[in-house]
Design a protein around this ligand. Structure first.
Ligand code: NAD
Length: 274
């Protein structure tokens, strides 16, 4: 494999797909291998242009992910849960590396992606920003140090088109908080859904969701105790932060052995706050 990584983009006409294409075209260490869209999408058959300059790339959006995977060293996927699961199976069939940013993946979809990662390197992240990945580590630390006397709420605010709620990042923050409290993350998330009514149980985790306008993504972790409150907040002002992070993850993933990777592996954050 040369030093220049060939990147394929699924969901090429979507908000994130376009942002990833712009990031790839701006990076001399990467080359755009192609882009695909859902069959029947109006963008299929149209030229891929640089969303920044409007210049054509000589490539057209197709509806054949098979050819995209064959042409790419790494595919970057911000689409929808069913599509990402299908793309993970294609990664396993072709051995092509895959970076998945799609959120709202259910347990069966996560299991299918993990199974595909036995045959191809696959990296899944609910959020590719450096700040959020540091916030995950800080949340684990704060939940551990402040303990169950502090009620912990995760707040997420996103644009009106977002499909999943709470956000994948909010769920990742809740998992980090559960780990900090020494709870099994999936059991803590299940309890969360069941515990929304009535008086707050000591040490319970909670969340709130806001949707509206064009908000790119805001997350707060609030730890409220007797007489004090700690608030940790991250605001993404531009989705290029996710696209650049996904591209950095793709360059890191190229040529790795099969396995399921996370942004903590890319950023070396695993030990922080552990
Ligand atoms: P979007 O709706 O603008 O784009 C998704 C695109 O995927 C659409 O163009 C759709 O046609 C396409 N698509 C659907 N099925 C497909 C298929 N089978 N093959 C090819 N393309 C297909 O949505 P968006 O705002 O770009 O977000 C996409 C996903 O990324 C969401 O799950 C969102 O939550 C997530 N997201 C993650 C991060 C992160 O950092 N991980 C950041 C932003 C958004």
């Amino acid at each position: 494999m040369s030093d220049i990584v060939a990147i394929g983009v699924t969901g090429a006409a979507g908000r994130m797909g376009r942002s990833v294409i712009q990031a790839v075209l701006a990076d001399p260490r990467a080359r755009l291998a192609g882009g695909c869209e859902a069959p029947g999408h109006p963008a299929v058959g149209t030229p891929i242009r640089d969303p920044g300059s409007g210049q054509t790339t000589g490539l057209d959006i197709n509806a054949t992910p098979e050819s995209l995977f064959a042409a790419s060293d790494v595919v970057i996927d911000f689409t929808a849960p069913a599509a990402s699961t299908r793309h993970a199976a294609l990664a396993a069939e072709t051995g092509t590396a895959l970076v998945i940013g799609t959120t709202g993946l259910g347990p069966a979809e996560q299991a299918a992606i993990a199974a595909a990662a036995a045959r191809a390197p696959i990296l899944v992240a609910a959020n590719f920003s450096l700040g959020i990945n540091l916030l995950l580590a800080l949340t684990r630390l704060a939940a551990a140090r402040l303990g169950p006397d502090y009620d912990l709420e995760v707040l997420d605010f996103h644009h009106r088109h977002k499909k999943d709620a709470p956000s994948g990042t909010a769920l990742a923050l809740l998992r980090a908080a559960a780990e900090g409290r020494g709870l099994a993350p999936e059991a803590a998330l299940a309890a969360l859904a069941a515990d929304r009514d009535g008086v707050r149980k000591p040490g319970a985790l909670g969340f709130a969701v806001l949707r509206g306008g064009d908000v790119v993504g805001e997350h707060s972790v609030i730890l409220a105790g007797e007489g004090e409150r700690l608030e940790l907040t991250h605001r993404a002002s531009d989705r290029t932060v996710f696209a650049r992070g996904a591209l950095a993850a793709a360059r890191w993933l190229a040529g790795r052995p099969p396995g399921l990777y996370s942004m903590a592996d890319v950023l070396g954050l695993e030990t922080l706050g552990g």
